[in-house]
Every structure is written in structure tokens, then in C-alpha cells.
Design a protein around this ligand. Sequence first.
Ligand code: PLP
Ligand code: COI
Length: 388
Amino acid sequence: MAASPETARSSTVGSSTGGSAGLDSGIEFEIHPSQARVPAAERERALEAPGFGEVFTDHMITLRWSAERGWHDGRLEPYGPFSLDPATTVFHYGQELFEGMKAYRAGSGEVVLFRPRDNAARFNAGCRRMAMPELPEAAFLRAVELLVSTDKDWIPSGEGNSLYLRPFMIATQRGLGVNHPSSEFLFCVIASPAGAYFGATTAVKVWLSEDYTRAAPGGTGAVKCGGNYAAAFAAQQQAAANGCDQVVWLDAASHEWVEEMGGMNLCFVYGSGSSARIVTPALSGTLLPGITRDSLLRLAPTLGIPATEGRISVPEWRDGCASGEITEVFACGTAAVITPVGSVLGASGGWTIGSGAPGPVSMRLRSELIGIQYGQRPDPFGWLHKVA
Ligand code: PLP
Ligand code: COI
């Protein structure tokens, strides 16, 4: 018979440098430790070259919501499969939302999260768009902290390595009716040791998607719902068939304006040396408000690199590279960190950006951002949130 479990209340008192102390959602998590943890030697082997999203830690968080009971049944439990009825809403209508964030082992040995409250806020913005119940910020933070602190031995060390966290929520009501949102949901957090999403510092080749569209005004482009990514696979296959690594999405109406990539935002570097500046497509409602993007908009000016939001058309991109006005382009996101873009290809041809190799502005911003995330540089914005 199972021993009566401990509980962990979703109060973050005293555990944060990010300012969530004192919040208490009243949501509790029962602790059910795994009795079959991965043996240490096997775990260490997995951490040597973690890849991305292939190996998962010993535990996960689950928390349920129903129209009658609100949030209930929070648990830290062994990682494992769910059993769901084939008529569960998420399988048919895709009512689902996810987040992506990382825990880092800072030089001091502390474990930190990067701007987790921003993930909580974006998750709740997504919940509103997807007609899903919002999760109190304190419960979101507590869930993530509990999983990270329990499975902290899974955080790989080494430059660029981290523990990737994937909070997500699925609609679990049984039935095929589509007249109303699900009346039941499951929130879950899983964790996966992660290395570089792309080979650390090589430049990627991108494919301009001129026939497919990722997001249209009024749609779901600004939220992290699974459907956005499902609808992108065909274009990703097209990119791969053309020898490209990633898709660049353009605006739905004219396919002229650059929006973002499949799992990361884009930044354009104009000029070089002391006159370099960066421009990223403005949030128009159709692209994801990336936390890395926002961090760079705030960090770059402190390094003497002006940063603005703007509109960049495909002809401006091509001509700017030809004239030398645009010197570098990079993708940015939690998984991708900062990934230089070396060349562009579309149905009507392609071009090289700068020399085609990672440029100095991209690499400087990358090392400054990573320096903050790993606690190697001062954190003037208070972005780090201490876990353990
Ligand atoms: N754009 C899309 C479509 C994404 O999936 C992501 C990744 O989360 C991003 C941009 C970058 O967002 P963030 O920097 O918050 O990871
Ligand atoms: C992230 O960077 O967290 C993402 O979600 C990108 C991708 C793996 C979907």
C-alpha cells in the first residue's frame, strides 16, 4: 500500500530571486516519488550528449481541472504514459497549449530558470485564446520548480546544455461534440536534458514558405498551440527537400513581409562594428512574442547595439544583403538560443547573408545572453529565478 504522500503547496516563498515570493494559489502537489529511477550511470551517459527532446527525467507534474472542481489533484509522480479514451477532445480538435523554458546549472552550482514568470504569462494568454482555464502564476512556477528541484541531477553541465522544460495542457473531456470547449483539462510538465537545438554555432539555411501560411490575423499565431506546429510540418518537409534547415514564415495576405521561423523569432543586423543595430519583425498578432526576442530587444542597447521592432520585406532582405546593408541575420528562441542564418532560398532563387558564416554581432549577443543565463555575467534585469 502506498504511504500517504507529502504535499507541496504552490507557494514560492523564499525560493525566488525573480520576485514571486508570497504568491500562493492554494494549489497543492502531492509528492509520489518514482520507485524506478534511471540508474545514475545510465543517466550520466544520457547527459554526455543530450540532443534535444529525446530523453526524459524520472518525474513529471500533473494537475487536473474540471468545470465543477477547478484545479485539483496536483501531483509530482513518476514519468510515464497517460491512458486516455479514444474520444478525448484533444485527439480530435487539438485543444492544446504548451510552453518551452530551460533550467540552467549556474557556475555557482545554483539551479536557475530564465524569466519563468514570462512563460506563465504567455501560457495564460494562450489559455484565453484557446478557451482553456488559466493557471495561477504561482501554481505554474511551483509545478516547474518542484519538477526541477526533484530531478536536478538530470541537468547536464557543459556549455550550452540545460534542462528543457515542457509545460503543456490538453483537453481531456470525452466526447466528439464541438459546440463548446472541453470541460476537463490536464496540465502536465515534463523535463528533458538538452544540448544545442542546432549544431552550436553553424549557420543554418532557411526556406521562404511562399505557398503555405503559418498564421493569419485573428488566428492563433501569437500563442503556442500545437496546431500551429502541426500545420507547419508540410512546409518543413518542403524546406528539407530543398536542402534547408528551417522555414521562414511570411505574412498571410501578401507573402511579402517576414514574420518568424517555425520555432524561433528572427533578428536582422544592419551595419557592423560600432554602427551595428538590430531589427526584429514587430508583433503583429500573428507571430509568437518570444521571450528570447524580448530579452535581446532589452539587452542589445545596453551593449551599444540599438534594437528596434520593424517591418522587413523579402525584397528588402535580399537587396539589403546584396548591398551589404544587412550584414547578419539570426534566429532566437529558448531551444535555438541564437542561431545564425547563413543563406536563404525561395521558389525564385536564393542569396547568402554576409559571408554565410556566423557573424560577430550574432555571436556577441549569443555569448552575452548565455553569460546571463548561466550566471557568468551580471543579471541587470533580474531575469534569473533561483530554484535550488
Ligand atoms: N516563435 C515560435 C513559433 C516558437 O515556437 C518559439 C519558441 O518557443 C519562439 C518563436 C521563441 O520563443 P521563446 O524565445 O520564448 O522561446
Ligand atoms: C522552444 O524554443 O521552446 C520551442 O518551443 C521551439 C520548438 C522546439 C517548438
